[in-house]
Design a protein around this ligand. Structure first.
Ligand code: BES
Ligand code: ZN
Ligand code: ZN
Length: 554
């Protein structure tokens, strides 16, 4: 910084404008362990050694079952010894049950080590600790049970202050390698922000079923899982960043750096360009803040011929105070997550590029900070959106739909076949579905398709209707629309109706409300950490993959 002598007032201004830009290198990043796979062939287990071994256990008619995952590698005798020890500790194998035992007590049952005595037993044990993770009934095993078990097990890895982060070998990959890798990696994610990171897990090696010689499917699975994990972690990092670090200008330049590094095209509209082009929704929401708004547009595969175009849109309110319709103070800090939709869209388009999907994708990302400054939009103001529709703003806290209206109208100009939009849009989503289940609305068939995809990946977006009688709730006497309903009911669907007015005819579209699911204000569970969750990155990427494979009708 060039300013060396400053007055008090000047200091304030300087500290505002000199806020360092957020770049891919200085955003606080969460920790994700290094991932690898270990195909189980004859004797392959001989080379497996680590601090921790994770073993799946099941709950059957007679209680604890081990289902052979260890026996295949180290012999039946060892499996029986482990089973006996776990039973003696009261293990049942029920979902999420964690039992930690010293590995030497199991591996010492080798003949050799039994004779050699306690000290050399320790040395000869390939692991220090075994974590047995309950997966419930083995007949009802699903990918999500494995992801959740993998996440719970990896979070149970403990380190003392003096120990290095652990190396982990996991047997969960025997059942579903990708689910195991994703569950372990996402479960191990930790975010330290401005504090020094102290991760517990350094590496995870997932044991997979024996591979045939030309079979490289395990490698492909690992590469695919890595792309998903990286994109989810990126979305989490962005959501976790506080609003003094991540604001429209710094966020836009972060997206530009990150997307261009993957070969994507990026265009950023600054305030003057938003004015020239008539983005009244984004400007109206952003004008109460000293940090001006932006519209970011990212394109993947722009010039590809004969592939469907999918438009992604994500709400990017870097902080939502409510504006003049100010929110109460309690829990307002959670509103750093009000850009969760945009973070998921950024992660998703980067994943599409890294996976080389055969389609075109645009991401249209409106960024604004909703503040109650002296230039802020007032209740009763009328704004004109991109494309010409007007909104009477009766509550400045219903700001997400105002910026999304502009972004959806712009995205539709490119005539996409599909539009996937996501936002932390309404408290009503949580009233209806709870904190973990996104509500999904839009074109019926596409909505149901994306909902099924979401349930398969474990993000569980649930289809919600746009009841026709709610359409009149957002009609205004003085503008095309008003931004809130005066009734208490159906707030999530009222917002969906509002957004539908900006979607062009013939576009298959969905709106995913992730107000609760994008940000975990409680404690960690399964593979979901505290704070940013990365929902709905995996739903969007899996939907893009289904479209690229030609599996989704238009
Ligand atoms: N960002 C909020 C929605 C939200 C609430 C997200 C809680 C995450 C957790 C949104 O901008 C908002 O304030 N919506 C209002 C709309 C209302 C004024 C019609 C709401 O849901 O209360
Ligand atoms: Zn709001
Ligand atoms: Zn909001």
């Amino acid at each position: 910084m060039v300013v060396s002598v400053v007055t008090k007032t000047c200091e304030k201004v300087v500290s505002l404008v000199s806020q360092p830009a957020v770049t891919p290198s200085n955003l606080s990043r969460g920790h994700v362990p290094e991932l690898s796979i270990a195909p189980l062939g004859a004797d392959a287990h001989d080379s497996l050694t680590a601090d921790v071994l994770i073993v799946p256990v099941f709950h059957g008619e007679n209680g604890l079952e081990l289902a052979g995952s260890l026996g295949g590698a180290w012999g039946r005798g060892l499996e029986i010894t482990l089973w006996k020890l776990l039973v003696s500790l009261g293990a049942q194998g029920t979902p999420g049950e964690v039992t930690t035992v010293p590995a030497a007590s199991i591996f010492s049952h080798d003949d050799e080590s039994e004779e050699a005595g306690a000290d050399s037993t320790k040395e000869s044990s390939p692991f220090t600790t075994i974590i047995a993770i309950g997966l419930g009934d083995s007949d009802e095993l699903t990918a999500e049970t494995i992801r959740e078990g993998a996440g719970t097990a990896i979070r149970a890895v403990q380190r003392t202050k003096d120990q290095e982060p652990a190396s982990v070998v996991s047997m969960l990959g025997i059942f579903d390698p990708e689910a195991a890798v994703i569950g372990h990696a996402l479960g191990a994610y930790t975010y330290a922000g401005f504090k020094e990171a102290k991760p517990s897990v350094a590496t995870v090696s997932v044991v997979t079923p024996p591979a045939t010689e030309e079979d490289n499917s395990a490698d492909e699975i690992l590469q695919h899982a890595r792309v998903l994990v990286d994109s989810v972690a990126l979305a989490r990092d962005l959501v976790n960043a506080p609003a003094n670090v991540l604001y429209p200008e710094s966020y836009a330049s972060f997206i530009k750096n990150a997307a261009e590094a993957e070969g994507l095209e990026v265009e950023i509209l600054k305030e003057s360009q938003l004015e020239e082009q008539g983005y009244g929704g984004i400007l109206g929401v952003g004008q109460g803040s000293a940090r001006p708004p932006r519209l970011v547009r990212v394109s993947y595969n722009k010039d590809a011929q004969d592939t469907p175009l999918v438009a992604l849109v994500g709400k990017g309110i870097t902080f939502d105070t409510g504006g003049i319709s100010l929110k109460p103070g309690a829990n307002m800090w959670n509103m750093i997550s009000d850009m969760g939709g945009s973070a998921a869209v950024v992660g998703s388009i980067i994943a599409a590029a890294r996976l080389g999907l055969n389609l075109r994708v645009t991401a249209t990302i409106p960024l604004a900070e909703n503040m109650p400054g002296d230039k802020a939009t007032r209740p009763g103001d009328i704004i004109v959106h991109y494309g010409g529709l007007s909104s009477e703003v009766l509550n400045t806290d219903a700001e997400g739909r105002l910026v999304l209206a502009d972004a959806i109208a712009r995205a539709c100009e490119d005539e996409p076949a599909f539009l996937i939009e996501t936002a932390t849009l309404t408290g009503a989503q949580m009233v209806a579905l709870g904190e973990r289940t996104p509500g999904i609305m839009g074109s019926i068939e596409f909505r149901d398709r994306v909902s099924m995809i979401s349930q398969n990946v474990g993000e569980n977006a649930w289809p919600m209707p746009l009841p026709k009688e709610l359409a009149k709730e957002i009609t205004s006497d003085v503008a095309d629309l008003k931004n809130i309903s005066t009734s208490r009911w159906g707030g999530m669907s009222v917002a969906g109706h509002y957004l539908s007015k900006f979607v062009a005819e013939g576009v298959q579209w969905v709106h995913m409300d992730v107000a609760g699911p994008a940000y975990n204000t409680g404690s960690a569970h399964g593979y979901t950490p505290k704070r940013g969750t990365g929902v709905p990155v995996r739903t969007i990427v899996a939907s893009l993959e289904a479209i690229a494979r030609g599996e989704v009708d238009h």
